[in-house]
Ligand binder design. Structure first.
Ligand code: NAD
Ligand code: IPM
Ligand code: MN
Length: 367
């Protein structure tokens, strides 16, 4: 049998720093658990632009289509801010999502007990929090046509189009309902059906799909209210299903409930491949964090936990995924903190690499 294949795209800024820590975990699993991956590494984002003049080379795209899973760090940064829109680092990431047709973006927001004090909300509002945001990832205003900047009546006009087909709403909804069935059987769909036709269609289609999942309690919420409810009483939610743009914003918001953006992993899943595994890319929710890059300050947990999601969703290694998640939890419970998780004066943060080492030590201790 061949080893499962993994394409690593560290990308830019802290993407490269946090991925180095995931490499340690991959090596550990190979050495201690006998699960060896065929790992290849390539460029995406600004790093790819510097070498190829494009944020994702065609060969890299082709490789991503062939492997069992892609693991991505982060893309972007101020050095690339003035590039033409078509070659900006973020276009590389969007191309991967679109061409791999990764329509269901799972963004879990879980508050580890050790971090409950650190959330910007009161402890009792977030302790035990476990939400799953399912963000539609390949359509909506990110990709709708027409789009562009043009000159109309002597002034520039910027246009983007929110567009959803029934099929696009439906397939994401099915993914969300399936997840709800394995969790607390509650799904809240968020749109703005009060002002957007695409929101009316969204609500209609989700309601239709819900007939196939009678055990799941479905509710609908306007996304602006959803944002407010997420910070008012986040534990009311189990699974949230929402569109590409609302999902982007709501998941950053949910990140802070868990203590830091540096804690939030994600899985982007598509249709099953020939081998039965879903097409998949795993990435932390955070970006390249130019303000802290190159200083060893980045929290690698979001990227490490994204690899745990890969173990669970792509490689059928749920037990190893739980082992890794428990190791991260243990490290946090022991008081190990990168700078983003510190609010007490006088406590010394650990570096990115020390945090990775602490996770490895906790993995060792788990055997
Ligand atoms: P960001 O997520 O990079 O950073 C926001 C804030 O959170 C910063 O203060 C940063 O220091 C902090 N932060 C983020 N991740 C952290 C971590 N792991 N550990 C500690 N602190 C962390 O968002 P931004 O500053 O708005 O964007 C910077 C660049 O990243 C932009 O070019 C943006 O387009 C890109 N971006 C990429 C992705 C991605 O690749 N998936 C996601 C978001 C933003
Ligand atoms: C994310 C990011 C991306 C998005 C950008 C970098 C294209 O913010 O993954 O959350 O907007 O989807
Ligand atoms: Mn985002």
């Amino acid at each position: 049998m061949t080893n499962p294949s993994l394409l690593i795209l560290p990308g830019d800024g802290i993407g490269q720093e946090v991925m180095a820590e995931v490499r340690k975990v991959i090596d550990w699993i190979g050495a201690k658990r006998g699960a060896t991956f065929d790992v290849s590494e390539d460029l995406v984002g600004g790093a790819a632009y510097d070498k190829h003049g494009v944020p994702l080379a065609d060969e890299t795209m082709a490789k991503a289509q062939e492997v069992d899973a892609v693991l991505l760090g982060a893309v972007g940064g101020p050095a690339y801010d003035d590039l033409d829109f078509s070659v900006k680092p973020e276009r590389g990431l969007l191309r991967l999502r679109k061409e791999m047709d990764l329509f269901a973006n799972l963004r879990p927001a879980q508050c580890f007990d050790a971090l409950a004090d650190f959330s910007s909300l009161k402890k009792d509002l977030v302790s035990g929090l476990d939400i799953m945001i399912v963000r539609e990832l390949t359509s909506g205003v990110y990709f709708g046509e027409p789009r562009g900047i043009s000159e109309v009546d002597g002034q520039r006009v910027g246009v983007n189009t929110q567009r959803y087909t029934e099929a696009e709403i439906e397939r994401g909804a099915r993914a969300a309902f399936e997840l709800a069935m394995k969790r607390d059987k509650k799904l809240c769909s968020m749109e703005k059906a009060n002002v957007m036709e695409s929101g009316i269609l969204w609500r209609d289609v989700v309601t239709e799909v819900s007939k196939d999942y009678p055990e799941v309690e479905l509710s609908h919420m306007y996304a602006d209210n959803g944002a407010m409810q997420l910070v008012r009483a986040p534990k009311q939610f189990d699974v949230i299903y929402t569109d590409n743009l609302f999902g982007d914003i709501l998941s950053d918001c949910a990140a802070m409930l868990t203590g830091s953006l540096g804690m939030l992993p994600s899985a982007s899943l598509g249709a099953p491949m020939e081998n039965g595994r879903p097409k998949a890319m795993y990435e932390p929710v955070h970006g390249s964090a130019p303000d802290i890059m190159g200083q060893g300050k980045a929290n690698p947990c979001a990227c490490i936990l994204s690899f745990a999601m890969a173990l669970r969703y792509s490689f059928d290694m749920g037990e190893e995924a739980t082992r890794l998640e428990t190791a991260v939890e243990k490290v946090l419970a022991d008081g190990v903190r990168t700078g983003d998780l510190l609010n007490e004066e006088g406590v010394k943060p650990v570096s990115t690499s020390e945090m990775g080492d602490a996770v490895i030590a906790a993995l060792d201790a788990s055997l």
